[in-house]
Design a protein around this ligand. Sequence first.
Ligand SMILES: Cc1cc2nc3c(=O)[nH]c(=O)nc-3n(C[C@H](O)[C@H](O)[C@H](O)COP(=O)(O)OP(=O)(O)OC[C@H]3O[C@@H](n4cnc5c(N)ncnc54)[C@H](O)[C@@H]3O)c2cc1C
Length: 485
Amino acid sequence: MTIDDVLVIGGGPAGLMAAHELVHTSDKKVRLLEADPVYFGGISRTQNYKGFHFDIGGHRFFSKSKEIEAIWKKILPNDLMTRPRLSRIYYNRKFFSYPLRAFEALFNLGIWESTLCMISHVKWRLFPVRQPKSFADWVSNAFGYRLFSIFFKTYTEKVWGMSTDELSADWAAQRIKGLSLTRAIMASVMKSLGQKSSIKTLTETFTYPRLGPGMMWHAAADQIRAKGGVIETDRRAIRFVRDDKQGVWAVTARDGQGQEHVYYAREVISTAPMRDVIQAIQPAMETAKAASKLRYRDFVTVALLMNKPAPFKDNWIYIHDPSVLVGRIQNFAAWSPDMVPSKQEGCLGLEYFCFEGDTFWTTEDKKLVALAKEELGKLGLVDVSKVFDGCVVRQPKAYPVYDDAYHDTVAAIKKELGERYPSFQLAGRNGLHKYDNQDHAMMTALLVARNVIAGKHLYDPWSVNEDAEYHEECAEAKAPEGAQP
Ligand SMILES: Cc1cc2nc3c(=O)[nH]c(=O)nc-3n(C[C@H](O)[C@H](O)[C@H](O)COP(=O)(O)OP(=O)(O)OC[C@H]3O[C@@H](n4cnc5c(N)ncnc54)[C@H](O)[C@@H]3O)c2cc1C
């Protein structure tokens, strides 16, 4: 029986980062299990269809952490590009800069609507909801109800599939903390006067791998293997049994054929979704039942291939039009020209938010491609006769849901796991049930890997993100940046 020092579950940014750190800074014997038979990168993977590459949502590489930026450069020294960023909101057949430019937004809305927005803003500043609990209240307090209902409500409800009255204020606070309309207007004024805002916010370029984020994560996997780490794909961990006498975890993983494989390790780092993992630990956790109630929002991309480039330069466009289901449109050639086979071609990713197993999720691919094409035509954004093919990618558990119960559930799980099974650590976005970007997911993994190396829990992966609000800071000058997932 082979016993590894550390078994890492998941080959997304977090799992790969944990394994990468362990093989590069210790002599631990490391094995990583990834459920997908082909792709590394998890939600940050890049899929390939007939020579067209596309992400699950576009993935900007942007971090406040110098350490994370250095790791990206080390993993992919020759293929990181600096790309211009353009993303707009499409509302009422008009484009609005995104993040919002206050004056342009008010101008586009027209004098009457703008006046109503400003009155509503003043009213909410004077009479805010004290201790806002819902997303709707939190954002209305910041911007006024009217601006909230135009620029936040429709899109946010499409994303989460629930009313913004039900969605927790925590989520708004995490994503758009520090935002204020006044500061957004000030930044707009300074911009139009040609002055630089004092707020370090205008991220008008971003880093992106030449062939999409998956390129980064496949390179990371190669480096782990080169340093002696073992990676097995097509292995979905389904059971974690603790043998305290032996000080060993027996982990069962199932492959695509249904065959089970058992692995033994002294420690486990799991980046798989918390809901599944906590219920799969034996002897059973007391918090297993609460964990079963954690919820996720799921995501479908319909990639439409075109024999003509898209007629706009946006990397992505937010669709605030309530008459179509599509929430956002990615223009992959604008992310990197190498994402499409030639300059004469284009690939648009129409993004739909749904729940795994619902009518949308289970609709057959052919129908989804037809629907996407129809909606694209209805929006009038491109000539749909140039669309020659399409493909559908389903991403379960794209977003951990912040509902009323999640906070207490996660706190209870954290406590029980830490006290009862300290050799089983969680990291990553769904691993911690935290709405993290790649860099934060990587950082949580670095911390738990360092705990393993130190032989004690020096670092708390849950602390990452709470004081690293750079995406939100970036939003300040530009209004509702952070609100758009
Ligand atoms: C639409 C969208 C857009 C985004 N845009 C950005 C962006 O622009 N920039 C950014 O930095 N971040 C972005 N993110 C966030 C980013 O995708 C995540 O932060 C990141 O992928 C999280 O990494 P992770 O390793 O924690 O989890 P995941 O990416 O979910 O990876 C988990 C991995 O574990 C595997 N796995 C799951 N269960 C098991 C199991 N039981 N056994 C074995 N393997 C298992 C999965 O197959 C997967 O490969 C975006 C997310 C979404 C949904």
